[in-house]
Design a protein around this ligand. Structure first.
Ligand SMILES: NC(=O)c1ccc[n+]([C@@H]2O[C@H](COP(=O)([O-])OP(=O)(O)OC[C@H]3O[C@@H](n4cnc5c(N)ncnc54)[C@H](O)[C@@H]3O)[C@@H](O)[C@H]2O)c1
Length: 322
């Protein structure tokens, strides 16, 4: 993405809502060297959050993920608890809302936030499922607003979904994604508003089938977790689902779609979801994969995957053996 907006050298990130995600964002931005203002409407919440942030920072330092020496205190010094909303938003470059997942609560609070926010800041919500149009359509200066959705906890799951509404300005997207990238998050751009965005839609697809398999007595809850943990998810922690089947079939993903496509089509239809992989769609996916990995590099990448999985397997065994 080409940048046209000059990101501030010393941005302030205002976090509104200091529960699980607000605390985790404080860890992300402070370890990214940015000043953080932390606000919550519950008296006492800020103190607890600061204690939790300190503990998580200590864990990260123990694993060498932030400097061992002074890393915790340097980060903590950047986090300022604030009990007044206006003061919390003052001077912000990015405001990140993290209150519970209720549309009306978010709509009311975000309207208030937009009234008090500096003119040129970006205003984002961490919402897991709600399209930005549904929570920002009514607020002042709504072109500043978007969703920046993390996985949990964002200081370990280092991707963030960037979801603009049709009314969001490119500048707001650049500020939000740019500051996230500076804090070490990988922005993933979601081009169209859809409920659940990408991460939770993918998770939803897997969970829908998992529930059906349990309901139909095909397998158990425990074995579904095992098959994802030690099978699909193990592989996906290194390469994604498209790359998995691309590397898993000689001839790449085109061969996979040709040989396995009809079976997947029948499985979908059995669940009332008839979305065949049409030739045009397969061609688009094949072209994207071949641009990333030419077929003459296929063997080499397969060997890289195996090497990576061996190292991961060793780490997993260490973890499981305590
Ligand atoms: N927990 C997750 O796994 C996860 C992952 C990604 C995104 N999210 C999203 O992040 C958001 C927050 O989730 P969470 O798990 O941190 O919730 P949480 O319940 O842990 O924290 C919410 C915080 O918001 C505060 N709050 C409530 N009303 C407020 C108000 N009017 N003003 C200021 N603070 C207020 C609460 O006191 C609480 O501290 C939700 O939209 C959720 O969908 C959660």
């Amino acid at each position: 993405m080409t940048t046209t907006v000059q990101l501030p050298d010393d941005p302030i990130i205002s976090l509104v809502g200091a529960g699980t995600i607000g605390m985790a964002w404080a860890v992300v931005f402070s370890t990214g060297g940015m000043r953080v203002k932390l606000y919550d409407s519950q008296p006492g919440a800020l103190e607890t959050t600061l204690d939790k942030a300190r503990a998580r920072l200590g864990d990260l330092a123990r694993h060498g993920l932030i400097p061992q020496d002074g890393g915790v205190e340097d980060a903590m010094a950047l986090i300022e608890p604030v009990t007044d909303l206006g003061e919390a938003l003052d001077g912000a470059s990015l405001i990140q809302e993290n209150v519970p997942e209720f549309v009306d609560l978010k709509r009311d609070l975000l309207a208030q936030v937009a009234e008090l926010a500096p003119e040129n800041c970006a205003i984002a919500s961490s919402t897991s499922f709600i399209e930005p149009s549904r929570i920002f359509d009514h607020v002042k200066g709504r072109e500043r607003c978007l969703v920046l959705h993390p996985g949990n906890p964002p200081f370990l799951i280092r991707v963030v979904e960037v979801v603009p509404a049709p009314f969001t300005s490119p500048e707001a997207v650049e500020i939000g994604a740019g500051l996230m990238a500076r804090a070490g998050m990988a922005p993933v751009y979601v081009n169209k508003e859809v409920e659940g965005f990408v991460l939770n839609r993918l998770q939803g697809a897997l969970l829908r089938e998992a529930y059906c398999l349990v309901r139909d007595g095909v397998t158990s809850v425990e074995d579904i977790d095992r098959i994802v943990r030690d099978g699909l998810g193990f592989r996906w922690s290194l390469i994604g689902p498209f790359e998995s089947v691309d590397l898993g079939t000689r001839g790449g993903i085109a061969g996979h779609a040709e040989r396995m496509g009809p079976s997947y089509e029948r499985q979908g239809a059995e669940r009332g979801q008839h979305d065949p992989w049409t030739p045009d769609l397969v061609e688009k996916v094949v072209a994207a994969r071949r641009a990333i990995l030419p077929l003459d590099k296929w063997e080499e990448r397969g060997a890289w995957r195996d090497e990576g999985l061996m190292r991961l397997l060793r780490t997993k065994r260490d973890i499981n053996n305590g």
